[in-house]
Design a protein around this ligand. Structure first.
Ligand SMILES: NC(=O)c1ccc[n+]([C@@H]2O[C@H](COP(=O)([O-])OP(=O)(O)OC[C@H]3O[C@@H](n4cnc5c(N)ncnc54)[C@H](OP(=O)(O)O)[C@@H]3O)[C@@H](O)[C@H]2O)c1
Length: 339
């Protein structure tokens, strides 16, 4: 079968197409013909090495895929050939408190990912695709959507009437917008582009701020909340945005620490966090049971993921280059095979 590998930590140019033996499912495993995969910002990080405990080379990249079951190994009860399935980001984190070993099973990092024609998964790392979603749409869910779900719902315990701030219009942020609206929250979203902000409004955003033309966007957020601050920030920027996020969170509110879009260098004054009794909580995607709960909400509300562009399998490296431009709105997807 054909697959891609990140062959060294030399960036996008080190991604190459390779011919590998077809994998075979062992006991408890499911062989899936991949139909689509999606990219996340972390996949750019993986090509440069240094992806925390999940740094391995060579590795088949990408964590997020969807496809159909070709065959099952002995003892598999949850799936049968022909089923449409989506995989979990972590091969081994089914539910409950996570362990160090489970965190080492991130697809497309610690273990091989899904940018391949065929992939073997544990049956405990797969879920049925919500029936209204295509393979391309389902492939957007495992990392970005589950991360937003854990931050807003599992840990954030979102309630109707909460105000959520989410940064930028990438994959995680747009899922945060859609999932927060589904829970009856008010959503404030930022972007560098007025056009993207207009599209975010069409998706349900209540308030929009251009963080380029409004450098002190945290002041604008406070103003929009009558100086109360927001209940939960989907903090995707890292050191370049964290101080501002802390300063526009309400007394006793939450900052969901997720991303590093502006990098990890710099300093942040911790005083606003302690004087305002903020909860700052690191988020790392989520478990299969969180994913299953999210899929129930997605099905019940016919939520449609936002796909910016779909590339062919042969154009996989172009998809990475496109993601790197940050011109996208939502998710970048690679179609695998003919369907
Ligand atoms: N901890 C976890 O489990 C987890 C899971 C998923 C992602 N992440 C992290 O979360 C971040 C987002 O990931 P993603 O895959 O959603 O990324 P993405 O789709 O590549 O997002 C790109 C977008 O980020 C926005 N952005 C860039 N700099 C910004 C800034 N200073 N302020 C606000 N927005 C900014 C831009 O939006 P505009 O074009 O609208 O300006 C850009 O288009 C990354 O750092 C990623 O590593 C972490």
């Amino acid at each position: 079968m054909q697959a891609y590998q990140v062959q060294s930590a030399a960036g996008i140019d080190a991604i190459g197409q390779v011919e590998l033996a077809d994998p075979q499912p062992q006991a408890g495993q499911v062989l899936v013909r991949m139909r689509a995969a999606s990219l996340n910002f972390r996949d750019l990080i993986v090509t440069k090495g240094g992806y925390a405990r999940n740094d391995r080379c060579p590795v088949i990249p990408l964590s997020d895929g969807a496809g159909e079951v070709i065959s099952i190994g002995e003892g598999v009860t949850r799936f049968q050939p022909g089923d449409r399935v989506v995989n979990c980001f972590f091969e081994d984190w089914e539910s409950g408190e996570v362990t160090e070993e489970q965190f080492r099973t991130a697809r497309g990092g610690g273990i091989d990912g899904v940018l391949a024609e065929q992939v073997v998964f544990s049956e405990r790392a797969l879920l049925p695709i919500p029936t209204h979603l295509s393979f391309e749409q389902a492939a957007t869910l495992p990392c970005a959507a589950v991360t937003a779900w854990q931050a807003l719902v599992t840990l954030g315990r979102i309630q109707a009437g909460d105000t959520i701030l989410t940064l930028g219009t990438g994959g995680v942020s747009l899922f945060a917008l859609q999932l927060a609206k589904l829970h009856g929250a008010t959503v404030i979203i930022t972007s560098s582009s007025d056009d993207k902000l207009e599209r975010a409004r069409q998706l349900g955003a209540d308030e929009t701020i251009n963080y380029r033309s409004t450098a002190d966007w945290e002041v604008a957020v406070r103003r929009l909340t009558d100086d109360r601050g927001v209940d939960n920030v989907i903090e995707l920027g890292g050191l370049g945005t964290l101080a501002k996020s802390l300063s526009c969170t309400r007394l006793g509110g939450r900052v969901s620490l997720i991303g590093v879009l502006t990098g990890v260098e710099g300093t942040v004054n911790p005083l606003p966090a302690l004087f305002n009794r903020l909860t700052i909580e690191g988020i790392y995607v989520g478990s299969r049971s969180m994913f299953a709960a999210m899929n129930r909400a997605i099905s019940a509300n016919s939520l449609e993921p936002v796909i910016d562009r779909v590339f062919g399998f042969a154009e996989a490296v172009d998809a990475y280059r496109y993601l790197r431009t940050a011109n996208h709105f939502g998710k970048v997807v690679i179609r695998i095979g003919d369907h």
